[in-house]
Design a protein around this ligand. Sequence first.
Ligand code: ZN
Length: 298
Amino acid sequence: MLKICVDIGGTKTIVGLISQDLEVVAYQKFTTYSDNPEKEFAEIVRVAQEYVQQYDDVATTTLNIAMPGPCDYSKGIFINLPNLQQYNGFHAGDYITEHSGFQPYFVNDTNAAILAEYRHLQTPVEDLIYLTISTGVGMAYVRNGKLVAGSEGNFGEIGHTILKSDSAYQCPVCKQYGCVENEISGVAISRKASEILQKPVSTQEAIAMYNNDSNATITEMIEEVLLLTQQLCTNLFSIFNCHNIVLGGGVIQSTLPYKARIEGYAATHQLIQTQPFKVKISELESNVLTGLYDIDTQ
Ligand SMILES: [Zn+2]
């Protein structure tokens, strides 16, 4: 059975057809209509209807959708999206049922990703944490194969929790100092490197300088980012009493030594050493899209 799955991002939207083996059978990509949610969902419905006509064995009424947060995922209402402000208050669930025969299911993009990662594990585990570090930072948690999503589906919004208590940088979003997103994300690495060098520096350029050890202050800054990430993961291991974490997102796919550092730190500082803490770097490129396959049955 093929299912129609949609990944709405701040810049692009992908409408895909996913198989039971989590293969992307077909997909269409378009630029997200960032100032017009009606147009956005009209286009999603149009592509979905095209798939229903073109392919046999499609679940003809299922439409599984990942949206960036925060949203009310139980109903499909956008709450307050930093990059899609025009969507605030838009009721995507109502729009879809009024304009098509589809039954939509909504989920946070990080929650979709963990379902694909969980299915992809070589050795089954009881519970799993997923942490994504890219432009922003998100996390998700699966317990006994089931997603733990929270009452409105916003479980794991750790981006604006405090990680560095003596930070001098005030977050423009939550107005706190030292929140996760402003200390360890790709944007944070670029911001800190640009401050040090007094010119615009991309995340990749900063990481390349760390690898070559070409600037002592940059090396020191990235060492701190790694340490904070190690501490964050050890916090998560303790809070969830979980020994397995998958790391995803663009910054994780860089050459920074996340796996070795996080495992080493947890082995030294975590109190419960009954089994090793295992860090896996994601191998799934389209984990959000493929992870949507199961959300209508979760
Ligand atoms: Zn913040």
